[in-house]
Design a protein around this ligand. Structure first.
Ligand code: 13P
Length: 262
């Protein structure tokens, strides 16, 4: 089975001092769990401090966004090589960036290309709004976001890409998608598009995370689904205990699946 990959997106939370405290509180337990890939994505200013604490550990660090130019008159932006100087991962296309900060599929694609060029691993987010979901447009919206977001990307580049399916209506609402509904989008919408673009082998190896109200008590049933290869966790990643419990759930699912495959 694919190694489950769970990332915490801290959004606009935690000062530098708080971020260091949080990661220091998580690390001892996280270090005991070796069969799950894990990362945290603090806000920009806390990234270097958290990366320093995580150096030499199994916990990877990422930024929450990146601009596509290397330098120039772009006040307030952060360049891919600046991110790559301090950490390994970056999130692009989060629905909050799309809804509140004017991001489009085209700018997501520019950010993705620039981030890959800088050597970063990229988590590309897609997901439909409540209105789109209720109008039966989930497949159309996710397909458009994925095709345009991944435009011109090759199978070799895709090795460093993780897709995160985050239905907007599930983010921060306490109302996660059912494991079956999420898996249906992963398996029947996202994976086939990845297969068409990158070929069977690469598409099978790529991880598709689910995001939206993942909690310790629903994590295991989500991760047990055939095409849910991990999670992008918001609120529950802001507390050491709940994030560790979610990673532990991923670890247990891995052990159970590996036993059943023997
Ligand atoms: P919640 O886990 O708080 O719903 O947030 C999900 C998310 O947006 C992660 O990127």
């Amino acid at each position: 089975m694919r190694k489950i990959f769970v990332a915490g997106n801290w959004k606009l939370n935690k000062t530098i001092a708080e971020a260091k405290d949080l990661v220091n509180a998580m690390l001892p337990e996280l270090e005991k769990i070796t069969n799950v890939d894990k990362a945290v994505c603090p806000s920009y200013l806390a990234v270097p401090a958290v990366a320093e604490v995580c150096k030499g550990t199994s916990l990877k660090v990422g930024a929450q966004n990146v601009y596509w130019e290397d330098s120039g008159a772009f006040t307030g932006e952060v360049a891919p090589k600046m991110v790559a100087e301090v950490c390994d991962y970056v999130i692009v296309g989060h629905s909050e960036r799309r809804a509140m900060f004017g991001e489009t599929d085209e700018t997501v694609n520019k950010r993705l290309k620039a981030a890959l060029e800088a050597g970063l691993h990229v988590i590309v987010c897609v997901g439909e709004t409540l209105e789109e979901n209720e109008a039966g447009e989930t497949e159309a919206v996710v397909s458009r976001q994925l095709k345009q977001g991944l435009a011109d990307i090759t199978a070799a580049q895709a090795e460093k890409i993780t897709i995160a399916y985050e239905p907007v209506w599930a983010i921060g609402t306490g109302k996660a998608a059912t494991p079956e509904d999420a898996n249906n989008v992963h398996k029947n919408v996202i994976r086939p598009l990845l297969t068409a673009q990158f070929g069977e082998a690469r598409a099978q190896a790529m991880r598709i995370q689910y995001g939206g109200s993942i909690k310790p008590d629903n994590a295991a049933e989500l991760f047990a689904m055939s095409d849910i290869d991990g999670g992008l966790v918001g609120g529950a990643s802001l507390k050491a205990d709940s994030f560790v419990e979610i990673i532990r759930a991923a670890s247990m699912v891995t052990i159970v699946v590996e036993e059943s495959e023997k």
